[in-house]
Design a protein around this ligand. Structure first.
Ligand code: GLY
Length: 390
């Protein structure tokens, strides 16, 4: 891992805004091309021929196609996207019924489907579904440890310790709770989300502002036990998508909490990542990968980090600092456009290649629906959009 500088390094390259303004319509057109191909299914993982494997009932990635459709509708006002996104609501309704399978990822799934529908169209049924999901998520809060339990027994990676486990991805799921507080006037969702974010910053976030993927608490005493890297290279490595979840997550949490410590954490995490990407804007899947390992790229870490850089910039009060974070967003996004973009490949059913879902399980060099979602979000942020579904 490259050494981390005291301040955000100067961005190696700057870009004109028109690079992004001219690319966004191409990406919207590619989403349009894929509407009839994908139909009412939920892309899960790209195949070698640039098509998709699809989600079974309940999957943490099931909302990312709906999210892209709602973003495309926001940009274009084209009803094709709205109708296609509404086709996803039957899957979401079934997801709500599968109570025993619910986990912390309800936030990803429902922010990008039902909250998006309600925010853009005022659909009250979608609002009700999203509030039901928020209530289920709230039920995972452990008051004595001040955290949301991530997984269920079927995800046990260390037998016997699931009920005390948090994971870094959960920071993205807090927006559903903040939204529920705003929508209902009940502050309990927001209070628990802030408590969770603060617990995470003392445990999953290490002192050097790298992160673990997961962290265990003793489920009886609630004392911190230690961190692990389920999807990273090894327990003390630095999983690139975990860093992306944390950068975007803390900036997102700041947007609601307005607590300066959340924005400060996002900036410190972003600085660590910027130092790793100074020579190459497309992240290797783990920033502490030993030299003898194959440096698979993870374009999803790139797109989520880019969106996070713009989100930080949006909340910097100092215009010079905002410009620096924005330049980093541009640099990462331009790297993806140059190296991973599939929008002009008619055979591709997704937007970005070179995603690394789970390298230990051989899942790398794939299209990923979340990589695609954050790619569209980042492009829209580059073009000046500030209000999303989170
Ligand atoms: N654990 C979800 C992810 O792959 O990022």
């Amino acid at each position: 891992m490259k050494p981390v500088a005291d301040k955000l390094p100067n961005c190696p390259q700057t870009y004109e805004n028109r690079v992004f303004e001219s690319h966004l319509p191409k990406v919207i057109k590619a989403i349009h091309r894929n509407v009839s191909r994908i139909g009412d299914r939920q892309p899960m993982l790209g195949t070698d021929d640039l098509k998709w494997e699809y989600c079974q009932p309940w999957n943490w990635v099931s909302g990312f196609w709906a999210g892209q459709l709602w973003l495309a509708h926001k940009v274009s006002a084209d009803q094709v996207f709205k109708n296609a996104a509404r086709l996803q609501n039957a899957y979401m309704k079934n997801t709500l019924a599968l109570r025993m399978q619910h986990n912390h990822d309800l936030g990803f799934v429902f922010s990008l489907s039902c909250v998006a529908d309600y925010k853009l169209t005022g659909n009250l049924k979608a609002r009700e579904m999203a509030l039901t999901a928020a209530d289920s998520l709230l039920g995972r809060f452990r008051r004595s440890g001040k955290y949301f339990v991530a997984w269920n027994e079927d995800m046990a990676v260390t037998p016997g310790n699931v009920t005390g486990r948090v994971i870094i991805d959960s920071l993205q799921n807090m927006a559903l709770l903040f939204w529920a507080s705003e929508e209902t006037g009940n502050c309990v969702y927001k209070e628990c989300a802030i408590a969770h974010a603060d617990t995470m910053s003392k445990t999953v976030v290490r002192e050097d502002f790298t992160v673990y993927h997961t962290f265990n608490f003793d489920p009886f005493t609630q004392q911190p036990v230690g961190g692990e890297n389920f999807q990273g290279y090894d327990d003390e490595s630095c999983w690139a998508r975990g860093m992306a979840w944390a950068i975007h997550g803390y900036a997102q949490i700041y947007e609601y909490s307005k607590e300066p410590r959340h924005l400060a954490t996002a900036k410190e995490l972003a600085k660590v990542v910027a130092c790793q990407l100074i020579d190459d804007p497309v992240p290797v899947w783990d920033y502490r990968l030993p030299k003898h390992e194959t440096p698979y790229r993870d374009s999803s870490a790139g797109s989520c980090t880019a969106a996070g850089m713009y989100l930080i910039a949006q909340h910097c009060s100092d215009p010079a600092e905002a410009r620096e974070f924005r330049q980093w967003g541009d640099y990462l996004l331009a790297g993806l456009i140059e190296r991973c973009d599939l929008s002009e490949n008619n055979e591709a059913w997704g937007l970005l290649d070179e995603g690394a879902s789970f390298v230990h399980r051989g899942r790398c060099r794939n299209m990923l629906p979340y990589g695609d979602y954050y790619y569209v979000e980042a492009l829209m942020r580059a073009c000046g959009y500030q209000r999303f579904f989170w």
